[in-house]
Design a protein around this ligand. Structure first.
Ligand code: BES
Ligand code: ZN
Ligand code: ZN
Length: 477
């Protein structure tokens, strides 16, 4: 991770990025007539990033985006940060200073965020471990608080942890190894992790998790994360639940090969929960949080569940499993029912749950639904715009419940061919008795082609969203 530092003054001999309002304010940077006329011509031809050379250093000039809408402006700055990251990398630059000549500190933070997020590489399995070249960013902005840089650094690092976990294949990241990773992160960052092993899961009768695990080669785990600072603003916790299917073959309802290719990403919800705990704990947010992560692979062998099987969930409800590829809701149902014992003020689950969510919004946003108050929903939607992890609410009208009624059990685990993201959500609702939100991140958790600072493969979606939401929650409660 690039380290973020602050300095009081720009240095003569270091590569320089300048965020500016008006060209006339740049008289101590754009000095000679030649430079001035070059810069003017670049502005005329609408270059967003103006690059020129001053002997031993490059100067990159970036005019403050014209957008007045705050979230749009922030996103524009992140993207510019990403663009600069690419140029810096091409030149093999190791250190840069970024001077903020605009009136808002937010501008430089958003810009650095895009730059830093864009520098992510997953190199573990490459023999040539060529990283990004940039090592240190020096921010030159006197109104900037050092703590703000530290906070940003922690959040970006947390996003990287989520991406790493998502990018890890099953050949490394089984449920048990995932739990070890959680324990390691918890120790480093300051939150507790309790791992329930298979026999504990059996004694708790988590029938959904055990059913999905029946065809697996490796044992399941159920992970309880706890962050409980003394100065917490809430007594009853907020609970974050993450789908931790470390690989989804579909089971006997086997996926076709081309939809299976990326199914190591099926624990992205869990990764986002773990990484959010990391960011929250490292930035010491005053908030009581519980995390619940059921983890297993969904695979097939002679013992795997088959379509038609009836299982009993942790809360005693029975489910007819008509499609073994609708496994996420089975393990989440157990976790959501388990969450009841905390008497939570809010439960948020994140899951790569349905292809239907992906088809509805593509990669541009996540579907959400649930029973939480409209205040909470509005706050999440706003936060989604701020961090550009956008959310669209889908309805949970009672009529959809008809779709998941079983002939022989309380519920069946699939609805009809339509409204799949909703019927999946309706299924989960049966396991909740508290204010609840469900985020279906199937479209946003993993990208098959690069998309600016989100990169390619695991995006770490959810981490910046949850962190920001919890930060606002803990500062206004
Ligand atoms: N893990 C998948 C959903 C998914 C799809 C995640 C694409 C990421 C990208 C989930 O377990 C699944 O297979 N859902 C089925 C449910 C269906 C059988 C009711 C789906 O959406 O097709
Ligand atoms: Zn599935
Ligand atoms: Zn799945």
């Amino acid at each position: 991770m690039i380290s973020l530092k602050q300095i009081d003054q720009t240095k003569e001999n270091m590569h320089l990025v300048v965020l500016y309002n008006e060209l006339k304010e740049l008289s101590d940077i754009v000095k000679t007539e030649l430079e001035t006329s070059f810069v003017k011509s670049q502005i005329k031809s609408n270059k967003e990033i103006i690059v020129f050379n001053q002997y031993s250093r490059f100067v990159f000039l970036i005019q403050k985006p014209k957008e007045t809408d705050i979230p749009k402006k922030a996103e524009k700055l992140r993207r510019l940060g990403f663009e600069i990251q690419k140029i810096i990398d091409d030149y093999g630059i190791k250190e840069i200073q970024i001077e903020n000549n605009t009136p808002s500190t937010l501008n430089i933070l958003d810009f650095i965020e895009g730059l830093a997020l864009g520098s992510y590489r997953f190199l573990k399995y490459k023999t040539d471990k060529k990283k990004h070249s940039l090592e240190t960013i020096y921010a030159v902005d006197l109104s900037l608080d050092k703590a703000q840089l530290k906070e940003l650094q922690n959040v970006v690092e947390a996003v990287f942890v989520a991406r790493d976990l998502v990018n890890e294949p099953l050949s490394y990241l089984t449920a048990e190894v995932f739990s070890e990773e959680m324990e390691k992160i918890g120790k480093e960052s300051g939150f507790k992790v309790e791992v329930f092993n298979k026999s504990k899961i059996e004694s708790l009768k988590m029938g959904g998790l055990l059913a999905v695990n029946k065809g697996a080669k490796n044992h399941p785990t159920f992970n309880v994360l706890e962050y409980k600072p003394k100065n917490a603003v809430n007594e009853q916790p907020i609970v974050l639940v993450g789908k931790g299917v470390v690989y989804d073959t579909g089971g006997y309802s086997l996926k076709p090969a081309d939809s299976m290719e990326w199914m190591k990403c099926d624990m992205a919800g869990a990764a986002a929960v773990v990484a959010t705990f990391k960011a929250v704990a490292e930035n010491k947010l005053p908030i009581n949080l519980i995390g619940l992560i059921p983890a297993t692979e969904n695979r097939l062998d002679g013992n795997a569940i088959v379509p038609g099987d009836v299982i009993e969930m942790y809360n005693g409800k029975t489910v007819e499993v008509l499609n073994t590829d609708a496994e996420g809701r089975l393990i989440l149902g157990d976790a959501l029912a388990y969450a009841q014992k905390y008497k939570p003020i809010l439960v948020v689950d994140l899951a790569t749950l349905t292809g239907s969510a992906l088809r509805a919004l593509g990669h541009q946003g996540s579907i959400y639904l649930g029973t939480a108050s409209s205040e909470i929903k509005i706050q999440f939607e706003k936060t989604g715009h701020l961090v550009h992890e956008r959310l669209v609410e889908f309805p949970i009208w009672d009529e959809y419940d008809e779709e998941i009624k079983s002939d022989i059990a309380d519920l069946k685990n699939i609805g009809g061919s339509e409204a799949g993201a909703i019927t999946a959500g309706m299924f989960l609702k049966h396991f909740t008795n508290y204010p609840w939100l469900h985020f279906d991140i199937a479209g946003t958790a993993f990208l098959n082609k690069e998309d600016n600072y989100r990169g390619k493969s695991g995006t770490g979606v959810g981490v910046r969203l949850l962190y920001k939401y919890l930060k606002i929650f803990s500062s206004v409660s």
